[in-house]
Design a protein around this ligand. Structure first.
Ligand SMILES: Nc1nc2c(ncn2[C@@H]2O[C@@H]3COP(=O)(O)O[C@H]4[C@@H](O)[C@H](n5cnc6c(=O)[nH]c(N)nc65)O[C@@H]4COP(=O)(O)O[C@H]3[C@H]2O)c(=O)[nH]1
Length: 854
């Protein structure tokens, strides 16, 4: 019977990662709690049987705190006899070796995504009475460690503590060494492992689990690696378990990853590629490696780019006769772990080289056209297929990338599309690429960003140090830009000291901001000219987003360029995102106003929704409707910019009604679909509040949409003065009588007196985000937040905090009993489709919880 998993983590981000890791593995009943008290609420009323399947807890304190948490968890319903995995938070002072007993396993936060599920399965198995976690811990039952034998790529050798002879070895030892188990068992350890500079006795006496360089025997002689010792029990006796890790990249995933990262870090020049090929050749113990480029000029014979061979040069057969190469160039992938010799009859190359292991991989360009082939072989056969195959595939992808880049450069140079100094695409090629990217992005619904990078005061460098120095700077900047982005992104030299970048496949705008920050940082590092002069070059950058800011190349670039100028205005050495600024609005006010008149009729207005959550449960209880203007040329314009214009022109009355109607209709639809009565906040401008027929409008919207008036909450800004809006109190009272709620928005920014608050029929106060943002930064603002909450509660008003962005804000607001929270920590304002997905997901989780045994 499925009986649920409990996850306890104070930090929201960790909680989410733990939840996601378990959820993705398909475990439906996951209770996710902030702390033990929260867990107790979630499990309230649950009988102790059946027990929970697993508890995962993030530990951040010392051993004493860990012990206390553990004891509390054990008292939870169903928690007494449940396997518990501890996740050690960063900065935890706990020593993993001294965790309280009762913890089945532990991992670090960095391992959550990759390890949690595997550890849980292991804990599950061990709990079900099968072998338990092994040699890592002393004092387990005989055979405890066997599960480790099946896992990963580590090798285990079990040694009798008295005789130092081998009792058993793991199947990985047999596989990697190519020696049968019987060739190991009973052997003295000294004959199978040879340590460097230290005696076996010293190694075996080391309880600190240090790693010692050594060689392990194999059919080919020996494998170089490291070993470390653990004490275990074997068949009731003391024994030692030696873990051996080979340094060979074809045996060990870790070493293979290092190899790949070195290959990928290599630059794209011919020499560097030969060096990368050599690295692959040496680290994988290859005997043959060749990279071929298919001729794109119509000639038949492919061109050899690289060839390495460990023996004497044979008479190399011509490419046309190498049938394996021809097959690969035709698109066939070949992989023979140990039996490539059977190809010898049809391929003179394999016949001459006597390869046992052989792989042939086609090299593809971005459009998946075959542009070459990589052939790799060994005379002794390949090692771990699960490691060697992906390594070869990744290496082939790198060779393909370099081949393609070389071709583009060649072609670009021939056609005048590449900048001769930096080797980057020039403006012409960039514009062409941008058009292609827009077409692809439109087809795939992809978002991307354009960055305009301009070096600060570059002219002064040219003038002071000369043009040669300027050229050197441009080359270094090129390297720095290229090293800050991904392979799928594009950098171009747009003009003199201007560079443009396209960052593709964006999920969150934050991803782009991180890249921009990184570029600012790498630029700041001083650079050294050939003559030893040290210079510091900084850059100003502007960002625009597709499709949000514009849908065509020209406008995107124009916006990025404008944003770059704004970065210059902000003191250089920074980046800015494009936005229609209030200054722009002021300058182009008339044009914007006249366009705004048609925005509603042209269907350019949108409503987005931002969730509001209960502070304790973090469950969604309401949403705020926020308007957006999708200007056909300027992109998305913020309400902060166009609402003042709408107010000036009086257009706010009809726009406000449109927003209210759209949002009420949407809220009713969600209520019916999910049976969830979410409160809907709608902003009312002062201009609307002065309208004599506001009440009729609200009543008609409610009637037409069928939304319960008690679900509609009017948000009015605190800065509206009672004097300036003479009907304010009456209008609000009348709306209250209709059943609607009233919230005072931006609280704290105006000069509302207590009296003002008392006179307004407000149900809720929204603390302005400028105070919330300063929690943890400015004690005065913290005091204002605390006082506002206290005062509102004394007046029996509820409180919502706006702009909650980080965990620290939430903790503070929770401590001071703020009722509800709104902000990016939980969710940004969402388009209706995304909000709908959010509600559907919530519903799914609830349904799952309901199917849990009572
Ligand atoms: N930095 C930060 N910002 C956050 C966070 N959480 C929410 N926000 C933003 O804060 C604003 C909250 O709305 P507001 O105070 O009513 O402020 C609103 C509201 O006064 C006005 N507005 C929006 N829609 C309407 C409308 O339909 N009618 C009227 N009259 N005014 C509207 O425009 C203002 C700005 O709206 P938005 O740009 O949508 O900006 C929203 C929202 O996107 C956060 O964690 N960090």
């Amino acid at each position: 019977m499925n009986s649920g998993i409990l996850v306890v983590a104070a930090e929201r981000e960790l909680r989410r990662r733990l939840f996601d890791a378990l959820d993705q593995a398909g475990y439906p009943q996951i209770h996710s709690a902030r702390d033990v008290a929260h867990a107790a609420i979630l499990l309230e009323g649950r009988p102790p049987h059946p027990p929970l399947q697993l508890m995962v807890m993030v530990l951040s304190g010392d051993e004493r705190q860990a012990q206390s948490c553990l004891e509390q968890l054990r008292r939870l319903p169903g928690g007494a006899d449940t396997p518990l995995i501890a996740v050690l938070a960063e900065g935890a002072t706990l020593n993993p070796a001294e965790l309280p007993s009762g913890i089945a396993d532990w991992l670090s936060t960095a391992q959550i995504d990759t390890e949690l599920v595997a550890r849980w399965r292991r804990a599950q198995r061990s709990h079900a009475g099968q072998p338990k976690p092994g040699p890592a811990e002393a004092g387990h039952e005989p055979g405890d460690y066997h599960y480790v034998f099946e896992e990963a790529d580590s090798e285990w050798l079990i040694v009798d503590a008295q005789t130092n002879r081998l009792l058993e070895v793991s199947p990985t030892v047999v596989r990697h060494s190519r020696l049968h188990a019987s060739q190991w068992e009973g052997q003295p350890l000294a004959q199978v492992l040879r340590f460097e500079g230290i005696s076996i006795t010293q190694v075996l006496a080391d309880a600190n689990r240090s790693w010692y360089p050594c060689q392990r025997k194999s059919a080919q002689g020996a494998d170089v690696g490291q070993a470390s010792v653990r004490r275990i029990r074997h068949a009731g006796n003391d024994a030692l378990a030696l873990m051996f890790r080979s340094d060979r990249a074809d045996l060990r995933a870790e070493a293979a990853l290092t190899l790949l990262s070195r290959i990928f870090a290599s630059t794209s020049g011919v020499d560097a590629q030969i060096a990368a090929g050599r690295l692959l050749f040496d680290e994988l113990g290859l005997d043959y490696l060749a990279v071929w480029s298919a001729r794109h000029d119509g000639a038949d014979a492919p061109l050899q780019m690289l060839q390495l061979w460990s023996g004497d040069d044979p008479a190399w057969p011509p490419a046309q006769l190498q049938s394996s190469l021809q097959l690969v160039l035709g698109g066939k992938k070949l992989f023979y772990r140990t039996d490539a010799k059977r190809l010898a009859a049809v391929d003179p190359l394999l016949q001459q080289l006597e390869l046992a292991g052989f792989a042939g991989l086609p090299l593809y360009d971005e459009r998946h056209t075959i542009i070459g082939a990589m052939l790799a072989g060994t005379r002794k056969g390949f090692g771990e297929v699960g490691i060697i195959e992906p390594v070869l595939r990744c290496a082939a992808a790198r060779f393909a990338q370099v081949l393609e880049l070389g071709r583009t450069r060649e072609q670009g140079r021939a056609e005048g599309l590449v900048d001769a100094l930096t080797g980057l695409p020039n403006r012409l090629l960039f514009n062409d690429r941008l058009d292609t990217i827009i077409r692809e992005a439109t087809r795939n619904g992809e978002c991307f960003a354009v960055l305009f990078v301009d070096l600060d005061r570059f002219k002064a460098i040219n003038d002071t140090y000369g043009h040669d120095a300027g050229d050197q700077v441009l080359r270094v900047v090129t390297q720095r830009l290229c090293s800050s982005i991904r392979a799928s992104d594009t950098v171009a030299r747009y003009a003199g000291d201007e560079f443009t970048i396209v960052l593709r496949h964006i999920v969150k705008n934050d991803d782009v901001l991180r890249v921009a920050e990184k570029i600012v940082q790498v630029m700041e590092t001083p650079l050294c000219l050939d003559d030893g002069t040290e210079l510091q070059v900084t850059a100003s950058m502007g960002l625009s987003f597709f499709p949000d800011d514009a849908g065509d190349a020209q406008t995107l670039l124009k916006h990025a360029d404008e944003a770059m100028y704004s970065a210059k205005h902000h003191g250089r050495n920074n980046f800015q995102m494009y936005e229609v600024s209030p200054e722009y609005a002021k300058e182009h006010g008339m044009a914007l106003k006249s366009r705004l008149r048609h925005a509603e009729g042209n269907g350019e207005l949108r409503v987005v929704y931002q969730p509001q959550v209960n502070t304790e449960t973090e469950d969604i209880v309401g949403m705020e409707a926020l308007v957006r203007w999708e200007h056909p040329e300027l992109g998305l314009i913020s309400p902060a910019v166009f609402i003042p214009l709408a107010e000036e022109t009086g257009l706010i009355v009809s726009i406000g009604e449109w927003v209210m109607r759209t949002a009420c209709r949407q809220a009713k639809e969600w209520e019916q679909r999910y049976g969830l009565r979410l409160r809907l906040g709608v902003n009312l401008s002062a201009v609307q509040l002065m309208e004599p027929n506001l009440l009729e409008t609200v009543a008609s919207v409610l009637r037409d949409t069928g939304l319960d008036p008690t679900l509609l909450e009017m948000e009015i800004t605190e800065s509206i003065s009672i004097k300036a809006a003479p009907n304010l109190v009456e209008n609000l009272n009348a709306m209250h009588r209709l059943g609607c709620h009233i919230a005072i928005d931006d609280f704290g920014t105006g000069a509302a007196s207590l009296d003002y608050l008392r006179r307004l029929p407000a149900d809720r106060i929204k603390i302005d985000q400028s105070f919330v943002r300063n929690i943890g930064v400015d004690p005065d603002d913290e005091a204002i937040v605390r006082a506002t909450i206290e005062m509102a509660h004394r007046l029996k008003r509820a409180v919502v905090a706006e702009g909650v962005e980080i965990e620290q804000h939430m903790q503070f607001l929770r401590t001071h009993h703020c009722d509800e929270l709104q902000g990016y920590l939980f969710c940004r304002p969402l388009q209706p489709v995304s909000f709908d997905k959010l509600l559907a997901e919530r519903q799914r989780l609830l349904d799952v919880r309901e199917t849990m045994p009572a």
